[in-house]
Write a protein that binds this ligand. Structure first.
Ligand code: ARG
Ligand code: ZN
Length: 461
């Protein structure tokens, strides 16, 4: 053995004996994203979050947010370090299981190296103290998302991403978790979020509002709405109902009137889809014109002002509330399956319109059939077409075709069973096609493939 070989062998022996620096001991960095090509960088690998406990303070006078997040997770791999998504903001301190952890903020990734490595199955908590002026995620293709400062407060909203602009998160719908959110704002402003209201307390000119969401929630369904709102709190079907309308909108105007129909719309949807899946109801009408969409934020959708420009609009309310079953309770595992959210919510619009004295679902389907561009698929439409007609309208049409093929009774058994069986979880298109076939007692893949992805118009059954 040459002297050099001897040195190398001795060094290797020392490393093996020490057991902690050898590269093949199996401990690795968790992946920096969820591997979903629609949202590069979003989500992370190596762990599964169970709960977020968020304590945030927001001052509209300075746009500054300060936060304390406690993330409870379970390792799913041998981890030497892991990432959380956090866009902008500054991290002051990270602790893992109470011990200071090394951390580095690299773009929108917070890289955490705990003092002790984590074994699969190990439950751990991450405490992050952070703050700064949030900046929205700008996305040319899909519009921006995230915490947007408004003249009187802020609105945190966005799909497919938004959460990472205001808290450290595993920002992908495949990792759903429960939430306990406290928001502290200047006294006199409202601070709304998801789930069950747990009261307000005021001291020293600041009011803290607490919200608890005990059903698993995808991170993009979190919201924070701060500002001057008329908040109304009541109960519906034995559960809390909290609605809010921006003070800038008229108290007796179309937005307020539409949000006030939430209970009636939800009851209709429950009669078709089965029991409402969450512990609270609600809706928030905002006034900021920069938000040009509505979003099915869990238990409490947010509606942009554009929907109510020409009068009351319960169709958008039906759409966002239908998502509570399809999208929120049963969530996508990857964004290429977003028709499982949007096709179902659009079909719910057709059901509601028919119920509400408008066109029948059959009529809507016929109009859509004639207008469909068959080159645009519902499944895996491409990132830029996530919110396109192939997903929304063609997806709804596929459900109508399914209904015609299997009959009303079987069709609604499929929808109800799907919502019940997958409640609180994630699912794929293949799961739905398989489930529908099982309920109907026949292979529905050829039919659904043709309607969802075929490039030529199938005959309307
Ligand atoms: N899921 C929302 C809805 O259907 C649409 C969100 C649109 N988002 C966007 N970035 N364009 O109601
Ligand atoms: Zn939708």
């Amino acid at each position: 053995m040459t002297r050099r070989r001897w040195y190398a062998t001795a060094l290797l022996a020392v490393l093996l004996a020490s057991g902690c620096t050898h590269p093949d001991d199996g401990y690795r960095a968790g992946a920096a994203d969820a591997g979903d090509p629609y949202v590069p960088g979003a989500g992370n690998g190596g762990y599964d979050v169970a709960d977020y406990r968020l304590r945030v303070r927001y001052d509209p006078a300075t746009d500054r947010l300060t936060g304390q997040a406690t993330v409870t997770a379970t390792a799913t791999a041998k981890l030497s370090r892991f990432n959380l998504d956090l866009a902008g903001l500054t991290v002051d301190r990270v602790r893992v299981d109470g011990a200071d952890a090394r951390h580095r903020h690299d773009g929108a990734e917070l890289v955490v190296t705990p003092a002790h490595r984590l074994d699969p199955g190990k439950r751990f908590t991450v405490d992050v103290a952070y703050g700064g002026v949030p900046t929205p995620v700008v996305d040319g293709e899909l519009g921006s998302g995230g915490l947007l400062a408004t003249p009187d407060g802020a609105v945190a909203l966005g799909q497919p991403t938004s959460a990472s602009t205001w808290f450290p998160v595993n920002d992908h719908p495949s990792d759903k978790a429960t939430y306990d959110i406290e928001v502290t704002v200047p006294e006199g402003l409202a601070a709304l979020s998801n789930g069950v209201p747990r009261g307000e307390r005021t001291s020293g000119g600041w009011t803290t509002w607490r919200w608890v969401e005990d059903a698993p929630m995808a991170s993009y369904l979190t919201t924070l709405v701060i500002g001057d709102y008329r908040v109304s709190t009541g109960t519906h079907a034995g559960k809390p109902m909290v609605t809010a309308v921006a003070a800038a909108l008229p108290a007796d105007g179309p937005a307020a009137a539409s949000v006030a129909r939430t209970g009636a719309v939800v009851d209709f949807l429950a009669s078709r889809f089965g029991p409402y899946p969450f512990d609270a109801y609600g809706g928030i009408a905002i006034a900021d014109e920069r938000i040009r969409y509505a979003l099915e934020t869990q238990s409490r959708p947010v509606y942009g002002p554009g929907f109510f420009r020409s009068g009351p609009n319960t169709v958008v309310v039906a759409h966002e509330l239908a998502h509570q079953w399809f999208g929120d309770s049963v969530s996508v595992a990857r964004w290429s399956d977003i028709w499982l959210n949007e096709g179902f919510a659009t079909y719910a619009e057709w059901l509601w319109e028919e119920h509400d004295g408008g066109p029948t679902a059959q009529r809507n389907a016929e109009l859509r059939y004639a207008a469909t561009d068959w080159s645009k698929p519902s499944v895996d439409p491409g990132r830029a077409a996530m919110f396109g007609e192939g997903v929304y309208q063609r997806g709804a049409l596929a459900l109508h075709a399914l209904r015609r093929a299997v009959g009303d009774d079987t069709f609604f058994r499929i929808l109800r069973g799907w919502a019940a069986q997958r409640r609180g979880g994630n699912a794929t298109t293949a799961d739905f096609v398989g489930y529908a076939g099982q309920v109907a007692g026949r292979d529905l893949k050829p039919l659904l493939d043709a309607w969802l992805s075929g490039t030529t118009p199938p005959g309307l059954p």
